[in-house]
Design a binder for this molecule. Structure first.
Ligand SMILES: NC(=O)C1=CN([C@@H]2O[C@H](COP(=O)(O)OP(=O)(O)OC[C@H]3O[C@@H](n4cnc5c(N)ncnc54)[C@H](O)[C@@H]3O)[C@@H](O)[C@H]2O)C=CC1
Ligand SMILES: O=C(CO)COP(=O)(O)O
Length: 346
């Protein structure tokens, strides 16, 4: 297959390596000519994937028209805040029948659109060719061929299976899923919880607090997901709890690391500068709080992280507030019919 990967950060580069390794003619588009030079002459992408050697067969260009010429599959891998700009700026060069895959975890900050919706806004009528590629997958490990699983979520089974075929190999196992909304929400919202788990770590809290944040975080992700039409079961899968686990526990996670620095008392601009790559949870927190309000859904953990990030609230105080909330009922909020009659409230 001819494949064009748009975005040469850590994940775009790692995915391009997989596609080349699977025998596809793959072109990686980078915005900066300097990075294209480095990839062509040195065979590295030092800033985003230090210590990794790129395959010789990988083509790189800073010319989007050239990258997209003859593409049968386009893979968008830029930060969510840049997606609308990149999708719109490149749309005229995208061949008519190309599959439109994205591997981006976030929302458009201005419109709150999910990433497949951003693609469809520039490519109306292409819903059957759109696919969200998501799941627990740090680029640093995929680039080294360590065993990984992904999810290809698409409205069309054929599209999901074509993406699955393009990526599957001995160390990368791809599952299909028809629930595009759930898969996209799981990927975007877990970054917020990873920030929270990082903050807890930076504050010196223990493993109990982290487990609580992950579990109750998944509960609020699922609550919003259901209100937005996702299947609750998707959140129990790789793009839900799977990605939540890896992002909240991996040393590679930019969101977890950013959270830890925040928990240690460092200001947000300094933290983002130190990480030096996209920290999607920051923009996702803002979007999620606004989307939750639009749907009338409670997301107390995301709201607390919002207050720490954007309203100057001390992290300890945010934790005290979370612990002091009204008493909760774990099962009742998920399914009332699981509750014995003598537990039911009037
Ligand atoms: N790094 C990882 O392990 C994984 C990342 N992702 C997702 O992939 C998406 C991209 O993340 P990374 O590659 O990790 O980010 P990164 O920070 O490593 O790289 C982002 C790349 O996008 C480029 N970029 C930014 N704005 C652009 C624009 N307007 N036009 C063209 N290029 C632009 C940057 O120059 C950089 O090369 C994010 O949504 C992230 O959540 C998903 C799974 C794994
Ligand atoms: O989505 C990811 C892993 O699946 C990457 O997470 P970070 O952006 O926190 O590094």
């Amino acid at each position: 297959m001819n494949i064009s990967v748009l975005g040469a950060g850590s994940w775009g580069t790692a995915l391009a390596m997989v596609l080349v390794g699977n025998g596809h003619r793959t072109t990686l588009w980078a915005r900066r000519a300097g990075l294209v030079d480095e990839i062509r002459t040195m065979g590295t992408n030092h800033h985003y994937l230090p210590g990794v050697r790129l395959p010789r067969e990988l083509s790189a260009t800073d010319d989007a028209a050239e990258a997209l010429s003859g593409a049968e599959m386009v893979v968008y891998v830029v930060p969510s805040a840049s997606m609308a700009e990149v999708v719109e700026a490149t749309s005229r060069w995208v061949p008519h029948e190309a599959l439109l895959v994205h591997a981006v975890k976030g929302f458009d900050p201005a419109t709150h659109r999910r990433m497949s919706q951003v693609i469809l806004a520039a490519h109306p009528g292409a819903a059957s060719r759109v696919c969200a590629l998501t799941g627990p997958s740090h680029a640093e490990e995929v680039a080294r061929g360590l065993p990984t699983t992904l999810v290809a979520a698409a409205y069309s089974r054929q599209t999901a299976e074509r993406v699955q075929d393009a990526l599957m190999n001995a160390t990368l196992r791809v599952y299909t899923n028809p629930d595009v909304v759930g898969a996209e929400l799981g990927g975007a919202l877990k970054n917020i919880i990873a920030l929270g788990v990082g903050i807890a770590d930076g504050l010196g809290y223990g493993d109990n607090a982290k487990a609580a944040l992950m579990t109750r975080g998944l509960a609020e992700i699922s609550r919003l997901g259901r209100a937005m039409g996702a299947s609750p079961l998707t959140f129990a899968g790789l793009s839900g709890v799977g990605d939540l686990i890896v992002t909240c526990t991996s040393r590679h996670s930019r969101n977890f690391r950013a959270g830890r620095l925040l928990g240690q008392g460092r200001p947000l601009p300094e933290v983002l500068n130190e990480i030096g790559m996209v920290v999607e949870g920051v923009t996702a927190t803002k979007a999620a709080v606004e989307i939750a309000a639009e749907h009338g859904v409670e997301m107390p953990i995301s709201r607390a992280i919002y207050q720490v990030l954007f309203e100057g609230k001390q992290a300890e105080e945010a934790v005290e507030d979370l612990m002091g909330r009204e008493r909760g009922r774990e099962l009742e909020e998920v399914a009332r019919d699981l509750i014995p009659p003598d537990w039911q409230r009037a």
